[in-house]
Design a protein. Structure first.
Length: 157
């Protein structure tokens, strides 16, 4: 492909540029969540042509998102896949400031107990309230395993 790959205006080139911005540009909006946490892009993907070849052979189609399987891992072929927005939403780290030790679990302040939840197409889906935090984490994990895929982040309890 060389310097004249003619792909600079494509959605995949945007995906590649955005990945690199998140990891290496301290002025990028999401840098603190990526480069600021030590997330990097592997050497071979510094070259767009190499990334392009990998993407085309690993299921890229317009509308899919580049997703890291291990949310604390780097961008590299062994840790990435293309996913729908729903799949990607289930693969995330626990938010700071939550009372629960587990991803997808919050304390039910009104009724007591612990509320497992998942995000589905931008909508919050609350699962039945559980007595303990661990039960809620197990319920959330079971739901995610049943309705999503193997790359979703699980609590493992």
């Amino acid at each position: 492909m060389g310097l004249t790959h003619h792909l600079s205006d494509t959605p995949l080139h945007y995906v590649w540029r955005a990945m690199r911005q998140r990891c290496y540009n301290p002025r990028a909006i999401l840098y603190k969540d990526y480069g600021g946490r030590g997330i990097r892009v592997c050497k071979m993907w510094n070259d767009f042509e190499t990334f392009y070849i990998w993407a085309m052979s690993h299921g890229y189609v317009r509308g899919l998102w580049l997703d890291r399987c291990q949310t604390n891992g780097n961008y590299c072929p062994s840790n990435c896949r293309f996913a729908t927005s729903s799949q990607q939403a289930q693969n995330r780290r626990k938010r700071k400031g939550t009372r629960s030790r587990f991803l997808g679990v919050s304390q039910n302040v009104r009724g007591g107990g612990w509320q497992p939840y998942v995000k589905l197409n931008g909508q919050l889906k609350c699962l039945p309230t559980c007595r303990t935090e661990q039960e809620a984490a197990r319920a959330r994990d079971a739901y995610v395993k049943r309705y999503y895929d193997l790359f979703a982040t699980l609590n493992g309890v």
